[in-house]
Every structure is written in C-alpha cells, then in structure tokens.
Write a protein of this length. Sequence first.
Length: 53
Amino acid sequence: MHKPQPIRSNRLGKAILMLIEKYDEAMKLDWIKNKEAWALYQAWRIFDEERDT
C-alpha cells in the first residue's frame, strides 16, 4: 500500500468539487449538448491556468 500524498489528495478533491459545480452549471444551460464534457473542460481550464501561475 502506498503512502497517501495530502497535497495531491487536496488538489484532487478541489478538482472533483469544481467538476460537480461546473456540471451543475451546465445542467442549467440548454445550449450545452454534452454537459459532462463541458464541465470537464471548464474544470481543466481553471486547473491548467492555476498550474501556469
């Protein structure tokens, strides 16, 4: 069994919560056809921008 990495776990948890928020947002927007893909893309963009700063 591997040792847990709190930093990675915290970041992953934050990403999952962001994904849920973005999915909830997508569910309210009729023009979005693939809600899961849109939510994943939005969460990815935010985390990718944070990595660059």
